[in-house]
Structure formats: structure tokens, C-alpha cells
Design a protein around this ligand. Structure first.
Ligand SMILES: NC(=O)c1ccc[n+]([C@@H]2O[C@H](COP(=O)([O-])OP(=O)(O)OC[C@H]3O[C@@H](n4cnc5c(N)ncnc54)[C@H](O)[C@@H]3O)[C@@H](O)[C@H]2O)c1
Length: 334
């Protein structure tokens, strides 16, 4: 990973959602670069995350980003120079069950960060997590950053809204913020077993049948978490010098795969008995083909995905093979 250590060393960085899959990776890498990290998450001190490698070397605050007074207090006390705003209800199925809580975390939480950041004179940049889902459904593929944002269902709408809030706070108040739009991120440390790769890897390791809710032909991007960490840090580092505030960037490896393709690659990388998947063909509210162009990130940021799907899967499978039982137990306690 090519990270500019000098830029990050001793930098004050606030990471929301630092205990989640991506937030934990960002925290681990930034602590390793010498950054002074404060994290804010509604659940802290989780078992078996990649954060344990840096425990005691950052401050983790337990609290809700929907609580403006808390967010403002952290902003005023810590005065972050960089904010990585990652916290969100990130699971589509949970968002469909709990839309209000999802809107509070994802939309209100984002406006709280942006509003509190308005008075922070030391702030150089915010990178906020949007998603490919913010685009909703479009005929023209791959998606580029200039197409309209029109999510249809709770998670997608929460991401369309939070993405637009970032743009609005830059255009109206000059809050220096960029958004990232990624497809499916995968890698070691993801405790969200409703996601395809953690679920499929665990089934393959345990020689259990993998259930595919769709017809198996839905296509998506799958991007390795270290590529995403590199994307966030590259964008945070370059946004001021390249005057990118207010911009959105897609990050993808430009190689979309179907669910069945992913399943086959996992099976071929796991040294276990091959169990055929069960295809239910009952995916509700889901977009059939969705994938991103990362040309803008390549042209402007000189960012490019470094991990092939097979390289990423090898590391991922090895992490679940070592941690899978503990991880499943830990996730069932959430
Ligand atoms: N993982 C992916 O495939 C993917 C793809 C595109 C975008 N994203 C976005 O990237 C971000 C990180 O995703 P992830 O995979 O790490 O998800 P995650 O669920 O592992 O992590 C999200 C973290 O946010 C915290 N959180 C949620 N609501 C909160 C609240 N109200 N207050 C404080 N903390 C709260 C959770 O406790 C969790 O630790 C999210 O914004 C997600 O929408 C993820």
C-alpha cells in the first residue's frame, strides 16, 4: 500500500464507525502511520476485529453520531484535521427492517458531522462514505460520477441523501468534503455475515450449502479492503492540494462479477469438499446489474486497484479460516 507516512504522521484524525469493517482497517493503518486517532462508534471494544492489533494506541468513544451535542463536543475538544466519516447502518436488510434508525444514523449522522465541522478552523478535509447504491438503478453501465443519485429503498435513499448533503455543505458553506462510492468491499475482519463473501467463505470452509437469494446472475463490483483504505487515504491527502472539495469518486477494480462467479472463485481457493449452492431466485428490491467506472480516480488521483479478486480472496479466506468460529460467536452477540 503506497501511503504517504509523512502526511499522516501526528495528524489528528476522527474516524466515525471505527469499530466496523472498513473503519477498523482505516484506524489500524493510520495508527501504524503515527496518526492521532479518535474513533466514534455506537459499539466499542468488539471481539476479534483487526483493531486488536493497535489496541490502546487510539481513543475509542462510544456514542451515536445522531447525537449532535456529542459530535460537536468531540469536534470542539479534538479539532480533527481530517475526518473519515464511515459510520452508517451498512446492511440493506437491516435498513429495510429499521428505516427510521437507518435514516437517523446515515442522514442525520452525516448532517451532524458536516454541521459540527463548519466551525472547525483546523479541518483540512472530510472523506465521507457514500456507496454505489446512492445511484439507484440506471441502464447505462458502468456508472460514472456524473449520473443522477436516485436510490429507491431505505439504504440506497439514505446514501443518496447523505451524498447530496456533503455536496450541499461544500457548495453552501465551503466545508471541505469529498465522497467515495464503492461497490462491495470484502476482506479480513468483516463481521457482516449477511454479505455475500463472508457468508460464502464461511459456508465453503464449513462444507455447508451456500444459499443464493437471487438467480446467481446479478453482477456487482467486489473490491478488496486494502484497495479501499488506499483510496480513502489518497483522496484525503490530495483533496486540498488538487482542489477536489465537493467532488465524488467511484472506486472499483473495473471487473464486475456475478454471484456465481464469486462463489466459484471462493470454492476453487478453499481446499474443502465442493458443495453446490442453492439458488432461491427471490431477491427483493435489488438492482440486477450495477457496477462502477473508476476512470476518474485513475485520472485525477492516480489511484488504481492493486489486488486481483483471487489475491484478495486468498487473504480473506485465510482470515476466516483462523477466526471463523470466534467471529460467528462475536457477531451473534451484537
Ligand atoms: N462494506 C461495503 O461493501 C460497503 C460498500 C459501499 C459503501 N459502504 C459504506 O462504507 C461504510 C463502512 O461500511 P462497513 O462495511 O465498514 O460497515 P460496518 O457495519 O462494518 O461498520 C459501520 C460502523 O458504523 C457504526 N455505526 C452505525 N450506526 C452508527 C451510529 N448511529 N453512531 C455511531 N456508530 C454507528 C457501526 O456500529 C459499525 O461499527 C458505511 O458507510 C457503508 O455504508 C460499505
Amino acid at each position: 500500500m503506497s501511503i504517504n507516512q509523512d502526511y499522516w504522521n501526528k495528524r489528528r484524525v476522527l474516524i466515525t464507525g471505527h469499530e466496523g469493517f472498513l473503519g477498523a482497517w482505516l484506524t489500524k493503518v493510520l495508527v501504524g502511520c503515527g496518526s492521532e486517532v479518535v474513533g466514534l462508534d455506537k459499539v466499542i471494544d468488539r471481539e476479534n476485529t483487526v483493531l486488536h492489533e493497535v489496541s490502546g494506541k487510539f481513543e475509542g468513544i462510544e456514542g451515536n453520531i445522531a447525537d449532535f451535542n456529542l459530535v460537536k463536543k468531540i469536534m470542539d475538544d479534538f479539532k480533527p484535521q481530517t475526518i473519515l466519516h464511515i459510520a452508517a447502518e451498512a446492511i440493506v436488510g437491516v435498513a429495510n427492517k429499521n428505516p427510521i434508525a437507518t435514516f437517523e444514523s446515515n442522514i442525520q449522522g452525516t448532517w451532524n458531522i458536516l454541521e459540527a465541522a463548519r466551525d472547525n478552523k483546523e479541518l483540512e478535509g472530510i472523506v465521507a462514505a457514500s456507496s454505489d447504491k446512492a445511484y439507484g438503478s440506471h441502464e447505462n453501465l458502468p456508472y460514472t460520477e456524473d449520473i443522477a443519485l436516485h436510490g429507491d429503498h431505505p439504504y440506497d435513499v439514505s446514501k443518496s441523501c447523505s451524498d447530496l448533503l456533503c455536496r450541499s455543505y461544500f457548495l453552501t458553506f465551503k466545508v471541505p468534503v469529498c465522497v467515495t462510492r464503492c461497490g462491495n468491499i470484502y476482506g479480513p475482519g468483516d463481521h457482516n455475515f449477511s454479505r455475500l463473501i463472508p457468508d460464502a467463505v464461511c459456508c465453503a470452509l464449513k462444507e455447508e450449502q451456500f444459499i443464493i437469494r437471487s438467480d446467481g446472475e446479478f453482477t456487482r463490483d467486489y473490491i478488496y479492503v486494502e484497495d479501499v483504505v488506499n483510496a480513502y487515504l489518497t483522496l484525503a491527502e490530495k483533496m486540498k492540494v488538487l482542489k477536489l472539495e465537493g467532488e465524488a469518486f467511484n472506486f472499483s477494480n473495473d471487473r464486475p462479477l456475478s454471484v456465481l462467479d464469486v462463489f466459484k472463485r471462493i470454492s476453487s481457493n478453499v481446499n474443502k469438499k465442493n458443495v453446490e449452492p442453492r439458488i432461491l431466485n427471490e431477491a427483493q428490491f435489488e438492482i440486477k446489474h450495477q457496477y462502477l467506472s473508476s476512470q476518474k480516480a485513475k485520472d485525477i488521483l492516480s489511484w488504481e486497484s492493486q489486488f486481483s479478486i483471487d489475491e484478495g480472496l486468498k487473504d480473506t479466506i485465510s482470515w476466516y479460516a483462523t477466526n471463523v468460529l470466534d467471529v460467528k460467536e462475536a457477531s451473534s452477540n451484537r
